[in-house]
Design a protein around this ligand. Structure first.
Ligand code: AMP
Length: 396
């Protein structure tokens, strides 16, 4: 696996795919610069070698050229975070861009305009990728957030850099952390899967059955499992067409000696609201008119025990409707248990969709081993898929 440490960038122009798809407020100011900060180590290493950086990214989902999606809005923030001046060009391909890149001196940075102003980017169009390839001597992919897309800048462009392509520091770290759970994880390995639906996590569950020792299930998908075993779930979220699948997963897990831990009690509510009436009941005795929106205290203790005995922990998805204070307790307790296990030496990886939001909301990001920067890319990695952006760098 080639990374930027395998190259000396002296007098070289690095064409770097970064993920600067940052949230903007109504005044087009950057609301959260985490993604820019994440790319900083790669940029700094290249500049310190005596190289220059050509940064390319997408922002949002523009339809053609739309000023509100211009990367011009983030220039000041990139300058603040990286600590040097950024030259902005208002396109990402073409003669003017090539001229600007030609003039680039060692130690300088250019930021190209939004790649998705050209539909060819998402189409993975080869001539567009070829035009991009003229903008650097070495191609660096540091954008985990888009590594599951076979777009021109994330995948197709790599073929124009045989032997001169590599992973940036961020992307290399993401790959290393996923391998630490899925390939080389110290046992016992525990995966915690929460979130809303079984259907969106099914491929992950099937894939990790061969990799982990324990699976903790929480969140909305709990109730499909409980109903499949004959439990009463009241008005809780359920996917009736997935009941057979839930049964099948439980018996497969048994055959593979994987322990599945389901909640034993729940916080139930008489409405999907922070102000609803609540009570704590057994998970399989939820009265009609009530819905399970968080795990109960007995479940918290049971799950914390499993986590305390784990050496490797993967967490994807909240255990309750954590966006509402009334139903956030279970997710918080789980985060605490993971933080304590990490302190004692366990490796913990959090990622995919809403778990990152939960971790940030409760301030756990510095208490776990790693928080992934990729939502969809993380989910696809856990499903066992080889991401096209990663494969393109690994190919000779
Ligand atoms: P996902 O994107 O699949 O990880 O789902 C995350 C969403 O699941 C969050 O917005 C949670 O509010 C929601 N969720 C978690 N637990 C429940 C539950 N018991 N009932 C309904 N939604 C839930």
């Amino acid at each position: 696996m080639k990374t930027i440490y395998d190259f000396n960038f002296e007098n070289k122009k690095a064409l770097i795919r970064v993920d600067f798809n940052v949230p903007l407020n109504e005044n087009f100011e950057v609301k959260d610069s985490t993604r820019i900060l994440s790319a900083k180590p790669t940029i700094i290493k290249i500049l310190e070698d005596g190289g220059s950086c050509v940064l390319m990214s997408h922002l949002g989902r523009p339809k053609g050229i739309q000023e509100k999606f211009s990367l011009r809005h983030i220039v000041d923030t990139v300058e603040d975070v990286i600590g040097i001046e950024v030259i902005f060009v208002d396109n990402c391909v073409g003669e003017e861009v090539e001229e600007a890149v030609k003039k680039l001196e060692p130690g300088q940075i250019i930021l190209l305009e939004n790649l998705r102003f050209h539909p060819e980017e998402k189409e993975g169009e080869i001539n567009f990728a070829k035009q991009l390839s003229r903008l650097g001597d070495i191609y660096v992919n540091d954008a985990f957030g888009t590594a599951h897309r076979a777009h021109a800048s994330t995948t197709i462009v790599a073929q124009f850099f045989p032997k001169l392509k590599c992973f940036g520091i961020l992307l290399a770290k993401e790959i290393e952390c996923i391998n630490k759970v899925m390939e080389t994880g110290e046992k016992p390995i525990t995966a915690i899967l929460g979130g809303a639906k079984v259907s969106s996590k099914i491929t992950i569950i099937k894939n990790i059955l061969d990799k982990v020792d324990h699976i903790i299930i929480g969140g909305g998908m709990t109730f499909t499992f409980i109903k499949s075993q004959g439990g009463h779930i009241g008005n809780s979220l359920v996917e009736d067409d997935k009941l057979e699948l839930a049964k099948e997963i439980l018996s497969k897990a048994k055959a593979k000696n994987v322990q599945i831990h389901l909640p034993v009690d729940a916080v139930v509510a008489d409405a999907f609201s922070n102000e609803a009436n609540t009570q704590i009941v057994a998970i399989n005795e939820i009265p009609n008119g009530w819905m399970g929106l968080d795990i109960g205290p007995e479940t918290e203790t049971k799950f914390a025990e499993v986590i305390a005995n784990s050496k490797t922990i993967l967490w994807n998805g909240p255990l309750g409707v954590f966006e509402m204070e009334t139903f956030a307790k279970g997710t918080k307790a789980l985060g605490n248990a993971i933080a304590q296990a990490t302190k004692r030496g366990a490796f913990s990886l959090v990622g995919g969709g809403d778990s990152v939001a939960a971790v940030k909301q409760f301030g756990f990001q510095d208490k776990v081993s790693y928080v992934s920067t990729g939502g969809g890319a993380m989910l696809e990695s856990l499903e066992g898929k080889t991401l096209p952006g990663i494969a393109a760098i690994l190919e000779e």
